[in-house]
Design a protein around this ligand. Sequence first.
Ligand SMILES: Cc1cc2nc3c(=O)[nH]c(=O)nc-3n(C[C@H](O)[C@H](O)[C@H](O)COP(=O)(O)OP(=O)(O)OC[C@H]3O[C@@H](n4cnc5c(N)ncnc54)[C@H](O)[C@@H]3O)c2cc1C
Ligand code: FES
Length: 481
Amino acid sequence: MRIEEHPILSFERGRKVHFYFNGKKLYGYENESIAAALVANGITQLSKSLKYNRPRGFFCGIGKCASCRMRVNGVPNVRICIENVREGLEVETQEPLAELPSREFDDKGIDTLECDVLVIGGGPAGLCASLEAAKSDADVIVVDENFKLGGQLLKQTHKFFGSKHEMAGKRGIDIAKELEKEIIENNRIRVFLKSSVFGYYESDHGHLFGMAQRLDDMSEKVYKVKCKSAVIASGASENFLVFPNNDLPGVYGAGGVQTLVNVYGVLPGKKVLMVGSGNVGLIVSYQLLQAGMEVKAVVEALPKIGGYFVHAAKLRRFGVPIYVSHTVKEVYGEDKVEGATIVEIDKNWREIPGTEKRIDCDVVCLAVGLSPSVRVVSLTGADIRYIPEAGGYVAIHDDCMETTKRGIFVAGDLSGIEEASIAMLEGKLAGLYSAKRAGKDVNEDKADEYRKRLEELRAGPFGERGRIAKEKIRRLWKECH
Ligand SMILES: Cc1cc2nc3c(=O)[nH]c(=O)nc-3n(C[C@H](O)[C@H](O)[C@H](O)COP(=O)(O)OP(=O)(O)OC[C@H]3O[C@@H](n4cnc5c(N)ncnc54)[C@H](O)[C@@H]3O)c2cc1C
Ligand code: FES
């Protein structure tokens, strides 16, 4: 179902277009992903599991979980949550083990692109890194898998906290627009959308990455990208939780639902159970209420609410119950979510028999943390370690954001899960020092200022986890050198 009226958002959906789903003619809008257009048409089963053929739906909405893979114009395994819908597209469900394309693709050859700094990821960290490197006279290429720039900012409709330098008081969506405008106007920066970096190769003249760009006819153009240094800002993916039927269509990542509702104005259902009361769970719950959904309850395994008081208070005002020391026991339904059972847990996280409650819902959102997306950085040979406070595996880096692989920098959620203002500052630091590695003169006074602001942002109780993560990372860095 599409949202027609929203208290703060107006959806720029663009032109109406027709496409085919398993031969049936449907309509969508040119600024929507194929996945959003299907959900708007009531289609929630997108693929099947490999072994047991169980139905699978949309989960992450940002190209990270592969539960939405379909055949598009004959090409299998297209992640339809990061592919825009277009006039005449033929979209089909595929067998779990997809066959190769039935038609031969034109061999478009492999071209080589050269730049000073390659930036992988066009979220707040990558966009700030690109701008900072370009301001130091570096030629920059920025690459993103999605068909829009902005990363997770695109779905953040709430006003940011933090410092005015990192645009506090503005909504994430507006910050994304401002950064995108600056990027487009900067003639030192080239942007490649719908482009995935898939490989890293040793090179005598710096670094060499492999990149594939999806073209509108669904063929791919492959590039070698030669750069003097690179900033990897590939973000994070949402964590999953183990319970019976956790794979039913209708169990979504909270960020995935936020993308559907806030970016595309599409409602995935009517009644939601939110699992997790960190800031993501609380903020997304409030945004779903704003969009017209009913939030039946928020459950939190810890004995206290994880996110900011102000966000929890907004939910309480709407009468949403927040059950602490509770978890989701199971979800039930045939081909989609038809309800869930929650249960109280003791201090050893064991279920307390007799405390089960049935929740009448058609959507279950998991807001149980994020894990850094280390796939690309791990290809470079940078030292990767498990740091629980950083959210999982991260590349060890110094306070210039350089990894143990000289010339390879990280920034944002990939370097440790924190928040967007921190991602922007880390992006600026990485942009500055990647330009320096590329032989540019940079103003290091700026770097000291960025470090100072990072310290301020991490000073409060909500910055504690990030602070500990960075201390551990820096200790490991020293041990490596
Ligand atoms: C639901 C939710 C709510 C949040 N609320 C807040 C908030 O209120 N305030 C706040 O400050 N922060 C918030 N955050 C956190 C904030 O969004 C993140 O910290 C920030 O977006 C991280 O920025 P990033 O640039 O590191 O990653 P992202 O914004 O995730 O961007 C990464 C980009 O990299 C691209 N990419 C990944 N792999 C590849 C590849 N191989 N090739 C090419 N491109 C690739 C992706 O498509 C993506 O666009 C929230 C996050 C979520 C999920
Ligand atoms: S990859 Fe499309 S929903 Fe996760």
